[in-house]
Write a protein that binds this ligand. Structure first.
Ligand SMILES: [Zn+2]
Length: 175
């Protein structure tokens, strides 16, 4: 190892970087499980309210504004769970990120609706999505509150503190 990497300060930096990677990995796993559970929740709700069985799936609706009743039911629930769905100017799900043909088979396509609208269209899994995208999805999807002890509906919370530290403006990032 290069001599300067052996110094205490350098070692501390490396520990920080290692901790950041580990944190990202853990949050990625949590988000992966969380959005799988979110899809299951959506389908359970659709069966209870509309009698649409989980075995009924669709893989042909590519336009989120022109969908069959199954996909529009899923889309309505994605919108309904968006933390900033009522905010103005234009907020709510980042429809441009998602491939709605995969909504019934890949829950990460649901997660992408809650990420910033640029830079995430080609991210096919939690493992390939960066920290900002993952934490943005967990925050913007109000259903994920169950995985946090902090009250995310408050103006200052654990997620907004992370965004502040990373200099991310979540309000701008969801426009
Ligand atoms: Zn459909």
């Amino acid at each position: 190892m290069e001599e300067r990497f052996k110094k205490k300060e350098a070692k501390n930096w490396l520990k920080c970087i290692s901790a950041a990677y580990t944190t990202t990995d853990v949050i990625a796993q949590l988000a992966d499980l969380g959005f799988k559970a979110f899809y299951t929740h959506i389908r359970t709700d659709m069966r209870a309210k509309h009698g649409i069985l989980e075995t009924t799936t669709c893989s042909s609706c590519s336009d989120v504004f022109q969908q069959c009743s199954l996909c529009s039911n899923i889309g309505n629930r994605i919108w309904g769970n968006h933390r900033f769905k009522q905010a103005r100017p234009l907020k709510g799900p980042s429809w441009s990120n998602t491939d709605s043909k995969k909504w019934c088979t890949d829950s990460w396509e649901l997660a992408k609706c809650y990420m910033p609208p640029t830079g995430y269209k080609d991210k096919t899994s939690a493992a390939t999505t960066d920290f900002n995208g993952i934490i943005g999805a967990m925050y913007n999807c109000a259903w994920m509150q169950k995985y946090f002890t902090d009250d995310l509906s408050k103006n200052t919370n654990i997620c907004t503190q992370v965004f502040d530290k990373l200099s991310i403006n979540v309000y701008l990032s969801v426009i």
